[in-house]
Design a protein around this ligand. Structure first.
Ligand code: PGA
Length: 250
């Protein structure tokens, strides 16, 4: 089963509108026509509209970094999937470990947000991953299973075809400590086997990104693994050249 590789740059809380436009333009001008790979970038909320406009007609998609589960209403400070769609987003990252860790986001919230994204025509990138403590305690698979169970609850096979999963071991995010290709592949294969239990043959079509200190010099090996179908890139996506080299890694 061939799955189109999918690389997404997560800019986190970095860059003003002007800086975001500069980086997005640099990537757009250098990337050329994309074959065999889908690419998106996820700027801060305040830059989404400008960046989406700048990338219109290009092969680059735009992603929100989070969304709320209701479409509108008295929810001060929230941004809904409906509004992300309105400013030109195609994707939305959901359940990133930084949201789980600092904003106490639960698997239930991840599930509601994933459904909100799908309801509004956005393609969710649902993140899962264990902490260092959980890995050391031998709880990696159990943790991932709980996150998949809770986060993907009540999704249909058709829904699942629109979802990308991102395996991001928390201990590898922003630390420079990448999972080895074998460590990552072991968990990716586990995720696919759980998806196969839940969604049958659809599991073979679902893309599973790896995230956690992906850099130009480790991308080819990671992305060469059987069940690694792309990358969710933080730090290295803030430099056009590094991000482009990850996109092209073979
Ligand atoms: P990193 O972040 O590439 O800086 O480790 C990855 C992520 O958090 O998505």
């Amino acid at each position: 089963m061939s799955r189109t590789r999918f690389v997404c740059g997560n800019w986190k809380l970095h860059k003003t509108v002007a800086e975001s436009l500069e980086l997005a333009t640099a990537i757009k001008n250098a990337v050329g026509p994309l074959r065999d790979v889908e690419v998106a970038i996820a700027p801060v909320f305040t830059a989404l509209h400008a960046v989406a406009k700048r990338l219109e007609g290009s092969s680059l998609g735009v992603a929100g970094q989070d969304c709320f589960w209701e479409d509108q209403g008295a929810w001060t400070g929230e941004v809904s999937a409906k509004l992300l769609k309105d400013v030109g987003c195609k994707y939305v990252i959901i359940g990133h470990s930084e949201r789980r860790q600092h904003f106490t986001e639960t698997d239930h919230a991840v599930n509601l947000k994933t459904k909100a994204a799908l309801r509004n025509g956005l393609l969710p990138i649902v993140c899962v991953g264990e902490t260092e403590k959980e890995r050391d305690a031998g709880e990696t698979f159990g943790r991932i299973e709980t996150q998949l169970e809770g986060g993907l609850r009540e999704l249909s096979n058709d829904d699942m075809l629109k979802v990308t999963l991102a395996y991001e071991p928390v201990w590898a995010i922003g630390t420079g400590r990448t999972a080895t290709p074998a460590q990552a592949e072991e968990v990716h294969a586990y995720i696919r086997s759980r998806l196969s239990d839940k969604f049958g043959s659809v599991a073979e079509k679902v893309r599973i990104q790896y995230g956690g200190s992906v850099k130009p010099d480790n991308a080819a090996l990671l992305l060469g693994q059987t069940d690694i179908d792309g990358a969710l890139v933080g730090g290295a996506s803030l430099k056009a050249e590094d991000f482009l080299n990850i996109i092209k890694a073979r």
